[in-house]
Design a binder for this molecule. Structure first.
Ligand SMILES: Nc1ncnc2c1ncn2[C@@H]1O[C@H](COP(=O)(O)OP(=O)(O)O)[C@@H](O)[C@H]1O
Ligand SMILES: O=P(O)(O)OC[C@H](O)CO
Length: 495
């Protein structure tokens, strides 16, 4: 009973990774599922796809490892955050497709709430901003648009959940309706200082509180799986939203430690310890993890387009065939050209929060071609990260030197990581284990199961693959960053 199964339910795929008791990866399975785009700016997932791909990949990972369910001490769950589901408590049937975090359909509702002056109160309590990104206005949309939903919610017949709650509900056969503090912190309905659902905000959105799951620590009891799923009941002992799980997997346990994950988007979290730091620079304040009833807070910067800009070079412009070709192409770029790309394909996230902006490219000449586009695309990820770190520094002075720990698919590009260190003027550390999200979920479950060591020992096992030291001349760094800031200002002006 020393293995731990991590379930990582992401935006485009579900993955299951089986770890041994020393947290080495033993086996893995992954399945993509369909994205639904019913209208411009709308993104939905079929809840049954989320559950089916999780169940199938979990079974496949166990089978591939050649072990039985009896060898698994615990399950840890990590998930795409904010994505919102509503289902019937009796039948377990969803009332609608899940509304995905990227979905912008509640932009008008957010604007109305802002115009009515509610943002300061909501921000002070939840650490978030009035943006369609978060679950609260998505849940209000369900109640406003699904016939009879609000009355049924008031009667206690329905359950709301983020993806973790939906998976736990299904894993436990409809026995357990819970979430963890990190997922609750992304709903816009949770008071992160007092650790409770906020009745006033729920009232403002007309959300009956009978809908809400119970909120638990990240490591602890989340119920047991139905015996028929894996051949035996397995306890679910760890839960965290994917960016918080990566923070744990990167062992960013001390205040001042920071990680940035480069997948489709980029999410940077700075551990601020027991300090709940309100942002004055349009970052989010969130819960990094809650263990033994003790909350550790973080400042978060969320960028919607990071690795997705490389996908655009591949699928939109068709100038590369695979993501890894972006680096050799960028290296061929003419260094004297000053092409800057602002990849605001779905608006700008932190610290600008401009859902109305769209992408732009500046500085083109007759000699600009695929290589300059590739370079500008990879550089845009570095510039956006610098925007986040500048805002973080302005919000909170870090004790000691800040090193950025990175993970996610895009960190495979050495050139991008070197540019990141160069434009930040600070070192960037890439760990040996890049599956940090699943690792974090496995660690939380293993901690509660008594299989994994305490945080300090876990942190001492974190191993460096490569450190990227800044090499760029300071005047060039300043000139390049100034050019980026001008390009962003022009993009916002044009929107
Ligand atoms: N060698 C590479 N160079 C640049 N970008 C890459 C490379 N490999 C993968 N990526 C980018 O990383 C992203 C996938 O990372 P991943 O962590 O799997 O993301 P997600 O969990 O959001 O699906 C893709 O957007 C892809 O374009
Ligand atoms: O599923 P990912 O890796 O794209 O992460 C999505 C984030 O949790 C959204 O907040």
């Amino acid at each position: 009973m020393t293995h731990i199964l991590a379930i990582d339910q992401g935006t485009t795929s579900s993955r299951a990774i089986l770890f041994d008791g020393s947290l080495n990866v033993v086996s893995m399975a992954q399945e993509e599922f369909r994205q639904h785009f019913p209208a411009s700016g709308w993104v939905e997932h079929d809840p049954s796809d989320l559950w089916a791909t999780v169940a199938a990949t979990a079974r496949a990972a166990i089978e591939r490892a050649g072990i039985g369910a009896r060898d698994i001490a615990a399950i840890g769950i990590t998930n795409q955050r904010e994505t919102t589901l509503l289902w019937d408590r009796k039948t377990g049937r969803p009332l609608h497709n899940a509304i995905v975090w990227q979905d912008r359909r509640t932009a008008d509702l957010c604007e109305r709430l802002k115009a009515a002056g509610h943002e300061p109160m909501i921000s002070a309590r939840t650490g978030l901003l009035l943006d369609p990104y978060f679950s609260g206005t998505k849940l209000a949309w369900f109640l406003d648009h699904v016939e009879g939903a609000r009355a049924r919610a008031k009667a206690g017949e329905l359950a709301f959940g983020t993806v973790d709650s939906w998976l736990i509900w299904n894993l436990t056969g409809g026995q357990v309706h819970v979430t963890d503090a990190t997922n609750a912190a992304r709903t816009l309905l949770y008071n992160i200082a007092e650790n409770r659902w906020d009745a006033e905000i729920c009232g403002l959105l007309d959300i009956p509180m009978q809908l809400l799951p119970e909120v638990r620590d990240c490591a602890g009891d989340f119920g047991v799986t139905r015996a028929d799923l894996f051949g035996r009941e397995i306890p679910i002992l760890g839960v965290a939203g994917d960016q918080q799980a990566a923070t744990v997997g990167q062992a960013c346990f001390r205040p001042g430690m920071m990680k940035s994950t480069y997948g489709t988007g980029c999410f940077a979290l700075l551990n601020t310890g027991a300090d709940l730091v309100p942002s004055r620079n349009r970052l989010l304040t969130t819960i990094a993890y809650r263990l033994d009833g003790k909350t550790t807070y973080a400042l978060e910067g969320s960028i919607f387009i990071a690795g997705a800009v490389v996908q655009w070079l591949r699928d939109g412009l068709k100038i590369i065939r695979t993501a890894s070709e972006s680096q050799p192409l960028a290296q061929k770029a003419d260094e004297t050209q000053e092409v800057v790309m602002v990849p605001a394909f779905t608006g700008l996230g932190a610290p600008y929060w401009r859902p109305d902006c769209r992408g732009a490219i500046f500085g083109l000449t007759r000699n600009s071609g695929p290589a300059e586009f590739a370079r500008a695309a990879l550089e845009s990820v570095g510039y956006q990260t610098r925007d986040l770190l500048e805002a973080m520094r302005a919000d909170w002075t870090t004790p000691g030197q800040a090193v950025l720990r990175v993970d996610g698919g895009m960190t495979a590009s050495d050139w991008s990581m070197q540019f990141l260190a160069d434009i930040l003027g600070a070192p960037v550390d890439r760990p040996r284990v890049t599956e940090t999200t699943a690792l974090g979920a496995a660690y939380l479950a293993g901690l509660a199961a008594g299989v994994c060591p305490g945080p300090e020992q876990f942190a001492s096992q974190w191993a460096l693959d490569r450190r990227f030291e800044p090499r760029m001349d300071d005047s060039l760094r300043q000139a390049k960053y100034a050019r980026w800031k001008k390009a962003v200002a022009a993009t916002m002006e044009a929107a």
